[in-house]
Design a protein around this ligand. Structure first.
Ligand SMILES: NC(=O)c1ccc[n+]([C@@H]2O[C@H](COP(=O)([O-])OP(=O)(O)OC[C@H]3O[C@@H](n4cnc5c(N)ncnc54)[C@H](OP(=O)(O)O)[C@@H]3O)[C@@H](O)[C@H]2O)c1
Length: 384
């Protein structure tokens, strides 16, 4: 497998004594287990010197989703083949990104049968086959794909089983480590969905159960039937509605929280600016927080993120991901990227922490910014 030796994070710290001092003090806080450095790892023996910036040490940085141990930042693979944001990429170009992520310590890979459909799982299966036993693969069911394209929601036991049989083939594996319900099917009670997944877990075809974009009430009902390990819903500095009950419900029940869209679909990675407009075939055209007015308003968030970036010698994407990690120890973001250099940059977020005082100051400034087109807090109390 391809190995990558040049680590931009390491380089940045070697060349920047201030940043290195910062890093040592952050590490010291971690070593002392102080809550002021809210990055918490399942295996917390992070060393205090520059070794801590090496890929082998990234590999030790783990978090728990329920009882499932994963890298503290995962890799979202949707954009590689789904054509959601950019045209689908060739496997030959994406396999090195996925394997490069593993080289840098990422052990948590996210896909779904609807991405493509099917082609994204095939890519992930191809890329991870040689390292299958060292990684956690998450995939999702919940749509009718019988025509070969995305139909309505379908979580009947028959369709879930059909989906899982297909996933096992496409992902070249004998078990799905984390099997999510992608969207709730209004015609199938959540208890029945959880019951079907419970049977699949008994059969060894799935190891953990996850949910996506459901309400706290649905999380509780599902969890009562089959332990839920993770909830995956959209959460970023811009889309914060989930802070209403959902994230705390996960904490209370010991469920991990996996933010999708953690860099706000590229916006917090400085991918767009106030002049950006999307073509009619781009999925972003329909996103209410990407209208021209909304983008203009959200440039204030980006400005704030850049300010923190200057203070912490970090990029906007790194600050955005580090902020998410700092919110709760059971949060595991899965930024999506098709670029190895973005993936490496995103992993650099693991070297940034915030004190409690900094988090309060950050939030106070964030809350002054008027957001446009984002979900209201009440929407997260209803299944999407
Ligand atoms: N459960 C659900 O319903 C659901 C819905 C959507 C997504 N997901 C999952 O969550 C994952 C992440 O969500 P997402 O892809 O929608 O949103 P995201 O991770 O917030 O944004 C992905 C976009 O950000 C860009 N990007 C990433 N890192 C960057 C960086 N450092 N600098 C500049 N741009 C950067 C990527 O472009 P480049 O390719 O150019 O880097 C890509 O266009 C997906 O891959 C998928 O696995 C789940």
């Amino acid at each position: 497998m391809e190995k990558y030796t040049e680590d931009p994070v390491l380089k940045r710290n070697e060349n920047n004594p201030v940043n290195r001092r910062d890093f040592i003090s952050r590490s010291a806080l971690l070593g002392a287990g102080m809550a002021a450095a809210p990055l918490m790892f399942a295996n917390n023996n992070v060393s205090l010197d520059r070794e801590a910036l090496n890929p082998s040490v990234y590999r030790q940085r783990k978090r728990l989703l329920g009882t499932l141990e994963v890298s503290a930042i995962g890799l979202g693979c949707m954009g590689m083949k789904s054509g959601s944001y950019d045209p689908p990429r060739d496997n030959k170009d994406m396999v090195p990104v996925i394997r490069g992520a593993f080289d840098l310590g990422v052990t948590f890979f996210d896909t779904a049968e609807v991405y493509g459909p099917f082609t994204d799982e095939e890519l992930v299966g191809e890329a991870l086959a040689p390292i299958r036993d060292q990684v956690v693969i998450a995939s999702k069911f919940g749509f009718d794909l019988s025509t070969g394209s995305r139909g309505g929601r379908n979580s009947t036991p028959e369709n879930i089983r059909l989906a899982v049989e297909g996933m096992l083939k496409r992902l070249r594996t004998d078990r799905i480590d984390l099997l999510y319900l992608h969207r709730l099917d209004p015609n199938v009670p959540i208890e029945d969905v959880a019951g079907t997944v419970k049977d699949l877990i008994k059969e060894g075809k799935a190891l953990h159960f996850g949910l996506s974009e459901v309400s706290p009430a649905t999380i509780r009902k599902a969890h009562a039937e089959q332990r839920v390990s993770a909830l995956q819903s959209e959460y970023s500095l811009i889309q914060r509605a989930l802070e209403n009950e959902v994230i705390d419900t996960c904490g209370e029940l010991g469920i991990g929280f996996v933010p999708w869209g953690p860099v706000c679909r590229g916006f917090l990675g400085d991918k767009f600016n106030e002049h950006s407009r999307f073509s009619s075939d781009s999925r972003l055209t329909a996103v209410p927080y990407f209208t021209p007015d909304a983008i203009k308003a959200h440039m204030e968030v980006l400005k704030l993120v850049r300010e923190w970036g200057r203070k912490k010698d970090a990029t906007p994407a790194q600050i955005s991901l580090a902020w998410l990690l700092a919110q709760r120890p059971y949060i595991v973001p899965i930024p999506g990227t098709t670029k190895l250099h973005h993936m490496k940059e995103n992993q650099g977020a693991l070297d940034i922490s915030f004190t409690d005082t900094e988090l309060k100051a950050f939030r106070a400034d964030l809350e002054k910014i008027q957001l446009v087109g984002v979900r209201g807090p009440e929407t997260v109390l209803v299944d999407q």
